[in-house]
Design a protein around this ligand. Structure first.
Ligand SMILES: [Zn+2]
Ligand SMILES: [Zn+2]
Length: 318
């Protein structure tokens, strides 16, 4: 299997986005819709005698830095949830997220500011497109067969591509060197949300038991010791879970978030992480939500024990 790596400019804190051109046929991720990123992508395709009409785009997951310029490609393939988000450039998804943020205590003026920011900045970073078809099962790249694996938790529409013969995986944002993926909330409607941390733990468990000699991630360097990275991510999730548990009493999610994390420039990420962790704690019986505020109903020692069991279960698969 021939893999060409292209690093594209990405304004988000995680750094450049990795694009992979596999066997001169499949392009995994398009990057964000900014001129310097699009120009470099076009040049990299040209070097391999490809262009936006002939290359087959596969989208790892529906975030601006991965599918922002997907609209340029004639043929695009992704998880059906990612196609749905591409269809309106995440608009209906984000509108629901802002409703959930307000239900979790975000003041209206800040929600308004987020929406204005969306209109002003984010909207241009992802362009809507109807050229997306849903994939599953397997995918062919000039003779090589890649298995499509659903890996929700960071984003519900997230897939990974696995090449069994060389134990290579294209893993997107679910395991990254030196940074832990954010559990982005996934509203089902105005009231309900998907259990994203439960989904992420299942994803890590499924990846841990795979044989992987090389993981090509969505950002940063190639991952060789993926099991170590998964163990690190689990430690980070446990730490956050305990921190939020200890600070949740008689607060709404916004109050928890702003009491713990000072950098309010990252308010979107802080809110989504806090809500996801509180959902997890509530589902597992450690907090209860009454009149918009969370109340601690479990013991810290039990939460530590639970995380020990979660980690042992996942690590025993290796
Ligand atoms: Zn992402
Ligand atoms: Zn990313």
């Amino acid at each position: 299997m021939e893999v060409k790596v292209v690093k594209l400019y990405n304004p988000f804190p995680v750094g450049p986005t990795n694009i992979y051109i596999i066997n001169r046929e499949i392009v995994l991720d398009s990057g964000i819709n900014l001129p310097e990123s699009v120009q470099k992508l076009e040049n990299s395709l040209k070097e391999l005698d490809l262009d936006f009409d002939t290359a087959k785009l596969v989208i790892s997951h529906p975030h601006a830095d991965h599918f922002g310029s997907a609209y340029l490609f004639k043929k695009a393939f992704a998880h059906r949830n990612a196609c749905k988000k591409l269809h309106d450039a995440e608009r209906s998804y984000l509108e629901l997220v802002y409703i959930h943020f307000q239900r979790e205590g975000l003041p209206y003026r800040l929600a308004l500011r987020m929406m204005e920011n969306y209109e002003r900045v984010y909207k241009g970073l992802v362009i809507a497109s109807d050229s997306c078809s849903a994939i599953g099962g397997t995918l062919k790249a000039n003779g090589d067969v890649l298995k499509v694996i659903h890996v929700p938790g960071h984003s519900y529409g997230h897939i990974a591509l696995y090449h069994k013969e060389t134990s290579t995986i294209f893993s997107g944002d679910v395991m990254l060197n030196g940074i832990t993926p954010n559990p982005m909330i996934e509203p089902i409607d105005e009231e309900r949300r998907m259990p994203v941390i439960e989904q992420y733990l299942e994803t890590l468990e499924n990846l841990y038991k795979l044989e992987i000699s090389r993981a090509y991630p969505g950002h940063r360097d190639v991952v060789f010791d993926y099991r170590k990275i998964i163990r690190n991510h689990l430690e980070e999730y446990e730490k956050r879970s305990l921190l939020i548990f200890e600070n949740a009493h008689k607060k709404n999610a916004f109050e928890v978030a702003t009491s713990l994390f000072a950098d309010l420039k990252q308010l979107f990420l802080i809110m989504t992480e806090t809500i996801a962790q509180l959902d997890f704690l509530e589902k597992r019986g450690f907090v209860e939500k009454r009149d918009g505020k969370y109340h601690i109903t479990g013991e810290k020692s039990e939460l530590v024990e639970m995380w020990t069991r979660i980690k042992e279960k996942i690590v025993s698969k290796g």
